[in-house]
Design a protein around this ligand. Structure first.
Ligand SMILES: [Cu+2]
Length: 353
């Protein structure tokens, strides 16, 4: 847990760049600054922390003192006494920890109920968070979507219905004190009320495969005026260069965990060299060996192939090892103009060299 809280995602190798400043790392051994109304988490956390430190000191202290005071002083020294049992002591060290653990349980259970029993106000502001290897898609109450980052209004209770399209993930917002498993085939809801404007880390807190650590998103808590401008809805494709830039940001949010653009192989093939640029400004796709229903074919990469690869990846699988086992799940919810931006970005890679 501490690793997650103090990890600076901006320094993770191959990390998806993100505009928000990394968390301050002066939170060692403490919780990051609370930004929601769930302060009971802090109480329980520090209670558990203090109990652990107290008993650590007492137990290790008693052991250390006994080791020194009652050690065998000569090799042939016989045992001085041989106490095997002490009923009052047994009762004391069973009952006291039992009471403490029951307090922790009741406190934690109440907190868990508070987080999962969605109040009316939050259920009227219901988002969906869809997890898949290794990215997040967010659906707003009005049906619009954003990827890898999500905007909510400050001081307004919000609920997230989480779902997974593949394996186990977890929805974890440390500064909101919210964490819940995301389980395939089950919709689990969490809610919170953000109290401070800012950018916050959203981690996947359940190991979900190779690039679990890259499964990172951000929560932007903004004022009502800012929210009304729908910051997630900006997609500039007024010029090919602008479309490529928009495509690049979407690439970083959704595709960079598996595809590089510099030739380094990842879980998926690098996008470098998919297209080359001709003297007249047009683009030619590379030759690609693919498997169609298990049969090898050679095709020329073009827009239609890219679109198909995004919407139905299993239709044509790259024949080269290790990609021939597939492994990309379909993105069938990306709007056409956004796919066009992704293609423009792939083409812009040819210009770069
Ligand atoms: Cu995950």
């Amino acid at each position: 847990m501490f690793a997650l809280l103090t990890q600076d995602p901006a320094r993770t190798p191959g990390h998806i760049e993100n505009p928000a400043p990394p968390l301050a790392v002066d939170t060692y051994g403490q919780l990051p600054k609370l930004a929601s109304t769930f302060d009971h988490v802090d109480g329980l956390f520090y209670f558990t922390y203090i109990v652990c430190i107290f008993f650590f000191v007492v137990i290790v202290g008693v052991i250390a003192v006994s080791v020194v005071l009652y050690r065998r002083k000569t090799w042939d020294q016989p045992a001085l006494s041989n106490v095997t049992h002490n009923t009052p002591l047994e009762v004391v060290w069973t009952v006291i920890p039992l009471i403490i653990v029951m307090v922790m349980f009741a406190w934690g259970f109440k907190g868990s109920l508070d987080m999962t029993n969605v109040p009316e106000a939050a259920s009227r502001n219901l988002y969906k968070a869809t997890a898949k290897q290794w990215n997040w898609t967010f659906t707003y109450p009005n049906g619009q979507q954003s990827f890898g980052e999500v905007w909510v209004e400050v001081d307004k209770p919000v609920a997230f219905a989480t779902e997974s399209t593949d394996v186990l993930h977890a929805f974890y917002l440390p500064q909101m004190r919210v964490k819940r498993d995301v389980i395939p085939g089950r919709s689990q809801v969490v809610w919170f009320e953000p109290k401070e404007v800012g950018d916050y880390h959203l981690f996947c807190a359940e190991y979900c495969g190779n690039d679990h650590s890259k499964m990172y998103a951000q929560l932007h808590v903004v004022s009502a005026e800012e929210f009304a401008k729908k910051p997630w809805d900006k997609w500039d494709d007024s010029t090919p260069a602008a479309a490529a830039k928009s495509g690049e940001s979407l690439y970083k949010q959704l595709c960079a965990s598996c595809h590089s653009v510099n030739g380094i192989p990842g879980v998926g093939p690098s996008w470098k060299g998919l297209f080359t640029k001709n003297a007249d400004g047009t683009f030619t796709g590379r030759q690609r060996e693919v498997l169609v229903g298990g049969q090898k074919q050679t095709i020329t990469v073009d827009d239609a192939y890219i679109i198909e690869s995004i919407k139905t990846p299993m239709a044509k699988i790259v024949a080269e090892e290790p990609y021939n086992r597939g492994g990309m799940s379909a993105f069938d919810n990306i709007e056409d103009r956004k796919i066009a931006g992704l293609i423009q970005y792939m083409k812009s890679l040819a210009e770069a060299k």
